[in-house]
Design a protein around this ligand. Sequence first.
Ligand code: NGO
Length: 533
Amino acid sequence: MRRNHSTTPRTPRVLGSLLLLAAAGGFALGAAPEARAAAPTPLGRVVPAPASVTPGGTPYRVTRATGIRVDDSAEVRRIGGYLAGVLRPSTGYPLPVTDRGTGGIRLHLADGDFGAEGYRLRSGAGGVTLTARTPAGLFHGVQTLRQLLPAAVERKTVQRGPWSIAGGTVQDRPRYAYRGAMLDVSRHFFTVAQVKRYIDQLALYKVNELHLHLSDDQGWRIAIDSWPRLASYGGSTQVGGGPGGHYTKADYREIVRYASSRYLEVVPEIDMPGHTNAALAAYAKLNCDGTAPPLYTGTQVGFSSLCVSKAVTYDFVTDVVRELAALTPGRYLHIGGDEAHSTAHGDYVAFMDRVQPVVARYGKTVIGWHQLTGAHPARGALAQYWGQDGTGAAEKAQVVAAARNGTGLILSPADRLYLDMKYTRGTGPGTDWAGLVEVERAYDWNPGAYLAGLPASAVRGVEAPLWTETLKKSADIEYMAFPRLAGAAELGWSPAATHDWNAYKVRLAAQGPRWDALGVHYYRSPQVPWPAR
Ligand code: NGO
């Protein structure tokens, strides 16, 4: 058998240059015959499962002569450049991005029944053509194309081919328009580079919403010019008492730009009226008694509240919403609203009645955690459900009633999609307040039929939140997110008819070598038939 490259983190330099030479000379070096003859990945063995797959015909082989042919449009050219950026290091081929010639890999915009994010991939001996109505559709098609190539394509040094893509047609479009992942940058701060790394991992699975939890008791993470101490002081620590940090406006714009280059919309969250100790610590006047509490570095919840009766509270909220909206090309602004245990119910309702119109005034749509349904959700608002099986019947009824009244739902059941839950008792880091969530449990449920009595049209999508009380570095994020995030992405994208744990776990297993090649740290769940390393 051919040596599996995934067993070595990096191709040794000498071998790397030999391979480069080989590639330059146009001959394959040292690949065992069986490897060279290896069948390409079956069409459709990708995550998320495509809506429809028609295999057949001759595979297309990417070679030194392959070009990436794009429409004469800056955005399509940019997507072509992105694809070339993935393929060049590992294939060693030049892969020019051009609007001339025939054959090769073609990225093409055309009218058709693709929806806002769908695409068609056609592969045969003469080439591969991706067609979509929108650049987002082409970008998602590119992710499918990547997964149809061998995992070694993700490496940063020249690898042996062959680089074949199975013949046939994939016709694909998402089940839900909202397919999200949340990162809590408050409990532990994550740098722009760390967020970008996660964005790249999300894009691979066609996730299109990045929800950033920008404020909480332990840290305020976004610069607000009119209230500078929020970030400079309120952002100066984190759980466990580290230095914390915050994004300048330039940093934040860079995150938004990078996300949008991967077709993710950023959903900023400022959590209120609870989860506000960092703000209350930064400005004494925000407290009902005029006294600032100390910064907080523990992990309790529910002890802080903005002062609902003070006028300055709404000056603060208006300034923050205005500045944040100005940084946000996306449609949504998330106002939290969870666990306001230190706010009287009447105050909570009054606060939400005053704050939601402020969000609308600055042109954004409200998202709130599902406790917002206990107040008066604004017209068009979305509620993010984070309950769990077997408890909270009254709350579920309240959420269903709101949905029947027109409030859209994003589903993030804590005992399914909370990526901070431990997989098993023995795996760390993470927590277990909503139980242990192994890979099968995270995947094996139907968002369309999740809450009894919910109109199916109320479900706008799913989101996998990653809370970071116990997570400090990118490797921690990745270990908790992978493989479960892939399952959440599939629940958001793939038609219900494709849902099948036994089929999914085989497709998921094929992601393992890809994550190895990308250097993604993941949990090798015994539920998944990973190929040997
Ligand atoms: C809850 C709580 C968060 C915690 C998280 C930990 C929501 C919406 N509020 O989820 O503050 O970080 O659990 O799992």
